[in-house]
Design a protein around this ligand. Structure first.
Ligand SMILES: Nc1ncnc2c1ncn2[C@@H]1O[C@H](COP(=O)(O)OP(=O)(O)OP(=O)(O)O)[C@@H](O)[C@H]1O
Ligand SMILES: [Mg+2]
Length: 353
């Protein structure tokens, strides 16, 4: 390999980690940003694909143009089609007005197609055409629209497996995979864990009004041993939670979940799943025992942690479709929508009722 330019390997804005594997990511991201090439971001859940997608846009000559993210996994096939390409009034029963699609909205900028693996086979044909010809028609219209937008796509699945299973078109894959960028899992760059932990400690200490937060060596050692199926997102969640439970701003080992502490086997069948029972037990042992003036506040914070996680999991199991998730949760769809906004959860269902 040619001697690398050390500046190119420096962390991108908002990204933490200096491991050789991440340095490769920063280098490729900087190089590819300058071009208009289509980028396919791959890597396990929680590895930072979304951060890289944004960095590509911001470092590109299109930075002044729009950046449009579409979570393809959050919408049904027909909603996604009209979300991406727009529709004309009367194209289908609920199409009461003309609607501009996200490709048009991204004209002159970047469109980030997240969870690209969930696009249906039929819609993949239409996407292929945009990638090849930069043109498409709105749903229900025969007027061809031309756009100039850079495409960045992401998936946490292996698209080659999807192709083999007949769910993903190989021609679209080759068109998307012009420049592949692979985000390495956290367990393969444990050297980044102390830096990431320090970053999240600072972040959540500040947002929780905790003045100083420190972490014990024992905790750091356990974090380094754990396998992190949910990667950086999982680490972030555990740090936030430990800060909420900590009395003195010191993150001792007992503030981390048992599977992180003791190396108990990770339940791969339900990654990231934790039950409210264990959270409540921790509340009883760490929170409520201190005759604390902050107990009420703590209670609320824990309830919202549990609520956030519950909504997140149900949304995921409903592929992000809010109407379905609301039914499953037994709450009103508008309430769900408000909570999604409140917790900053990712779900981008269209305007359908
Ligand atoms: N290197 C990093 N430095 C700082 N924060 C990070 C880093 N990587 C990920 N994060 C944070 O972890 C969380 C998950 O990252 P992100 O949403 O980019 O993951 P993803 O790869 O898109 O996952 P998924 O496949 O589940 O969509 C985000 O809150 C993000 O800010
Ligand atoms: Mg993502």
């Amino acid at each position: 390999m040619a001697a690398s330019n050390s500046k190119e390997a420096e962390p991108l804005a908002g990204l933490i980690g200096k491991s050789p594997a991440m340095q490769d990511v920063y280098r490729v991201t900087r190089q590819v940003a300058a071009s208009s090439a289509t980028v396919l971001l791959t890597g396990e859940t929680g590895t930072g694909k979304e951060l890289i997608a944004r960095a590509i846009h911001e470092l590109s000559p299109r930075a002044a143009g729009p950046y449009v993210r579409v979570n393809c996994g959050a919408l049904s096939e027909s909603l996604l089609e009209s979300e991406l390409f727009g529709h004309v009034k009367g194209a289908f029963t609920s199409a009461l007005e003309n609607r501009t699609g996200r490709f048009e909205a991204a004209h002159g900028g970047t469109i980030f197609l997240d969870e690209i693996d969930s696009v249906s086979y039929t819609l993949q044909v239409k996407l292929l055409r945009v990638l090849q010809e930069q043109e498409f028609e709105r749903v229900g219209d025969n007027r061809t629209i031309r756009v100039d937008c850079r495409v960045v796509a992401a998936t946490n699945r292996d698209l080659l497996d999807e192709i083999e299973a007949g769910r993903f078109r190989d021609d679209l894959y080759f068109r998307l995979n012009v420049v592949p960028v692979y985000l390495p899992p956290l367990r393969e760059r444990t050297g980044d864990i102390p830096l990431l932990a320090a970053f999240f400690i600072r972040k959540y200490a500040e947002s929780n009004g905790v003045s100083i937060s420190t972490i014990s060596d024992e905790s750091l050692a356990a974090l380094a041993r754990y396998s992190w199926p949910g990667n950086v997102r999982e680490l972030q969640n555990y740090i936030e939670r430990a800060i909420v439970f900590s009395h003195d701003g010191h993150l001792s080992l007992d503030l981390f979940p048992p599977h992180v502490r003791g190396g108990a086997p990770v339940r791969v069948s339900r990654p990231g799943a934790r039950n409210s029972e264990s959270l409540c037990r921790e509340l009883v042992s760490h929170g409520m025992t201190s005759a604390g003036d902050a107990a009420g506040n703590l209670y609320e914070r824990i309830v919202s942690l549990v609520e956030k996680e519950l909504i997140q999991q149900v949304l995921k199991s409903c592929q992000g479709v809010q109407t379905k998730a609301a039914v499953r949760l037994g709450i009103n769809r508008n309430t769900l929508h408000k909570k999604i906004e409140e917790y900053g959860l990712e779900s981008e269902e269209g305007s359908a009722a």
